[in-house]
Design a protein around this ligand. Structure first.
Ligand SMILES: Cc1ncc(COP(=O)(O)O)c(C=O)c1O
Length: 443
């Protein structure tokens, strides 16, 4: 049985009618990747308002590690809604917050005792991690990296690298320093160079935190070279700087570990979480060394809806689901299948020059010319459109939008995965009109 079904032109008539209505009163800068409107989601698949069925390999921008509306999560949210929708934990506290804190502290267990605070969005978690770091160290500066994405509020937008569309027109926040990210194609930057680069750019005594995505998400699934995260840990500890792992995208199991940074055996001082934490409900968290939270005055962090009881109820079930359905192992298993196919694409289509990532967090990069490593944005965008019109929703990434990244639900079935990869294969073929790569002439 096929899991995708395209029965109208894309977008279909109902989606077109909604787009016409949207033009009138929905703010235009908030555009969408898909030109069609969702009616229902199930597992890794969705049906649009015209009855077309797609596989969602973006997982709602990475929020759906456990898929669309898993039964146990829906049940828990309904039960919570019947008890109370809201009280504000800082007015009347509730058990789901306490239980979820215990579960996340356990997941992050290391040498330091852990505590957890909840917020609404990834950006809000990063903002608060910075506040906690500044408050606990009594220092101001924040160090981030080229290719980073940390959000769209004033501070997190400043921490984010890509100017267009994220920063252009909007101004910046002070005290943010950006260091190069090791990239064998662009620089000869080895892990041991981190300390030198840090000292050349900022006074370490001023630095509250180095914030890093253990695997860059928006930046194009850039994986740090061996030893880089360990070196950051060593250098930050040496200068009394905190290390913050932004796991908003890389966390929650998609790399085969609950937190991506666990792939390198590094324990950061703070971890930011969002996206898949509550299966799509607006919840985020900062998990980290309890002493850092205890260094702050009462009521100095918080937010009205932060750690909303519906989000906490969903998030508890999501952790149970990850454990019971062994989704970490599944990420490794899916990753092997995807990597094999992606390596096959690389062999078959000259436009694809690199496959990278960890576990099921995998990407392919489109390059025009290997010598100069110049991005092939056009082909990449064509592939995304072609795949979408044939039933697979894909997300781009990278400073030049020349990377396709998979953030698929780990509950995807084997058959759905193969069907989706076949559609991507065909889409690349159509977009590049590629002849299979010619075998190299024998000397
Ligand atoms: C690594 C990372 N940090 C922070 C954010 C911001 O999250 P939100 O959009 O929920 O504010 C994102 C969003 O994509 C992200 O990928």
């Amino acid at each position: 049985m096929k899991h995708t079904l395209i029965k109208t032109e894309i977008p279909g008539p109902e989606s077109k009618a909604l787009s016409a209505r949207r033009k009138v009163s929905s703010a235009s800068p908030m555009d969408s990747l898909a030109p069609f409107y969702i009616k229902k989601g199930f597992g890794a698949a969705i049906e649009d308002v015209d009855g077309n069925r797609f596989l969602d390999f973006t997982g709602g921008w990475g929020c759906l590690v456990t898929g669309y509306s898993p039964e146990s999560v829906v049940r828990a949210v309904k039960a919570q809604a019947e008890n109370f929708l809201h009280s504000d934990f800082t007015v009347i506290p509730y058990e789901p917050w306490v239980q979820l804190s215990e579960m996340l502290a356990e997941k992050a267990r290391g040498t330091a005792e852990k505590a957890v605070a909840f917020f609404n969005s990834g950006a809000e978690a990063v903002e608060n991690a910075v506040k906690i770091a500044r408050g606990a160290t009594r220092r101001r500066s924040i160090v981030v990296f080229e290719g980073a994405f940390h959000g769209r509020t004033l501070l997190t937008m400043t921490m984010t690298h890509r100017p267009m569309p994220y920063k252009y027109l909007f101004g910046t926040a002070p005290d943010v320093y950006r260091l190069p990210y090791p990239n064998p194609r662009k620089n000869k930057y080895a892990a041991e160079d981190f300390e030198k680069l840090l000292l050349e750019n900022v006074c370490p005594e001023d630095v509250a935190a180095v914030v890093i995505e253990p695997i860059q998400g928006e930046g194009g699934f850039n994986v740090p070279p061996e030893g880089f995260l360990k070196e950051i840990r060593r250098v930050t500890s040496k200068y009394g700087i905190l290390m913050v792992a932004d796991e908003v995208q890389s966390g929650y199991g998609r790399t085969g570990k609950f937190f991506a940074i666990q792939n390198w055996g590094v324990e950061p001082d703070l971890i930011t979480l969002g996206k898949s934490i509550a299966g799509g409900l607006p919840l985020s968290a900062v998990v980290g060394d309890k002493k850092l939270f205890d260094a702050l005055p009462k009521s100095s962090i918080g937010s009205t809806y932060g750690g909303n009881p519906l989000g906490c109820a969903a998030a508890i079930e999501i952790i149970k689901m990850i454990d019971e359905q062994k989704l970490l192992e599944r990420a490794v298993y899916l990753g092997k299948i995807i990597r094999k196919r992606f390596e096959g694409f690389k062999g078959k289509y000259p436009a694809i020059k690199e496959v990278r990532g960890v576990g099921a967090m995998l990407a392919i990069e489109f390059i025009k010319d290997e010598e100069s490593w110049s991005p092939d944005t056009e082909t990449c965008q064509k592939v995304i459109q072609e795949a979408r019109d044939n039933g697979v929703i894909l997300a781009g990434a990278g400073l030049h939008k020349n990377v396709i990244r998979l953030l698929l639900p780990l509950v995807i079935t084997d058959e759905q995965l193969v069907e989706g990869l076949d559609i991507i294969d065909k889409a690349i073929g159509t977009a590049t009109k590629a002849q299979p790569r010619k075998p190299k002439a024998k000397k």
